[in-house]
Design a protein. Structure first.
Length: 317
């Protein structure tokens, strides 16, 4: 059953834990939660929800993006993001409807779950950098904990926004995985998947490269999704335009930081440009960094008038 897109009916309601919950129309999310939600639908702050159904909440990279040393909330157990265990933890939270995760394609054609463009490890005391899409599936899976306890995985390090490279320490670790693994291991079919197609911001892709990656990912989805609710999202403008041309079953959302970071592609630099892209490509909506909405709340009405859905993410929520 495909997920139907819905217009944004109203501003989001924020709870005291800074987790966002939103109304749902026809099983479609209006906003995206950037961290594991703790609130179920029904009533919020003593007010009954308006006509339109239950609240929809999403877990960012499963149970939340994390690095033990840098996590913002020390009360939340650090589970390695974008792993089966992270998705299962998120799915056990009350009334979680979706998990969001990042998909890239290995050089030998397997969709894998990993957020960062590069994998870092330590070999003989030196940091070694590898592009995820330049690795084979076996090479990718050789990092981190191993399914076969007799194997020793390469330690995973991570580069922070400030440029530091730290060992990726978490309290609850798990193996790296493929997109197929996620479909086969998450037995709760009511948990929807928000699949972000990940591309390198600093690399120019040919249409052939984009089509290859999208088609490989789509094949796994069509083979395994069955009745699960699915939506696609990406920061790559040309990728976003290609997805609905290669399939018309699932909704597509364009990810934008709304001008909080400046990119060489002007389509990525404002919500106005994001709206134009969605209308040009027949996309269902925008996923915006919440700072852009807080800076220009009037954009909500413009997006709504364009009959597009709006989802948000970001630490300020």
């Amino acid at each position: 059953m495909a997920l139907k897109a819905a217009r944004v009916p109203e501003l989001p309601v924020l709870d005291h834990h800074h987790h966002q919950v939103v109304p749902e129309i026809n099983n479609a999310p209006a906003f995206l939660s950037s961290s594991p939600p703790l609130i179920s639908g029904g009533e919020e702050n003593g007010k009954k929800e308006k006509k339109g159904g239950k609240f929809v909440v999403m877990g960012h990279r499963g149970h939340g993006m994390n690095l033990l040393e840098l996590r913002e909330d020390p009360r939340m157990r650090a589970t390695r993001e974008n792993t089966i265990r992270s998705f299962r933890h998120a799915g056990r939270l009350s009334r979680l409807d979706f998990v969001e995760f990042d998909v890239q394609v290995t050089k030998d054609g397997f969709p894998v779950i990993f957020h960062d463009v590069f994998l870092y490890t330590k070999e003989k005391g030196e940091i070694v950098e590898s592009r995820v899409t330049d690795l084979s599936l076996d090479e990718f899976l050789s990092y981190g904990p191993q399914r076969n306890a007799r194997n020793v995985g390469k330690p995973i390090c991570r580069k922070t926004k400030c440029g530091r490279i730290l060992e990726w320490a978490v309290e609850d670790d798990d193996c790296l995985c493929t997109l197929r693994d996620v479909f086969e291991s998450i037995n709760n079919d009511s948990l929807g998947f928000n699949i972000e197609l990940k591309f390198d911001n600093n690399r120019v892709y040919s249409e052939e490269e984009l089509v290859r990656a999208i088609q490989i990912i789509m094949q796994v989805v069509f083979d395994h999704a069955k009745e699960r609710k699915i939506m696609f999202s990406t920061f790559h403008p040309d990728g976003a335009l290609l997805i609905p041309k290669l399939q018309n079953t699932y909704p597509v959302f364009f990810l934008s930081n709304g001008g909080n970071e400046i990119h060489s592609d002007a389509r990525r630099n404002s919500l106005e440009e994001a709206v134009k892209l969605c209308l040009e490509g027949g996309l269902q909506g925008i996923v915006s960094e919440v700072k852009a909405i807080l800076r220009d709340p009037g954009a909500i009405a413009k997006i709504k008038d364009s009959k597009l859905s709006l989802l948000t993410y970001g630490q300020l929520k």
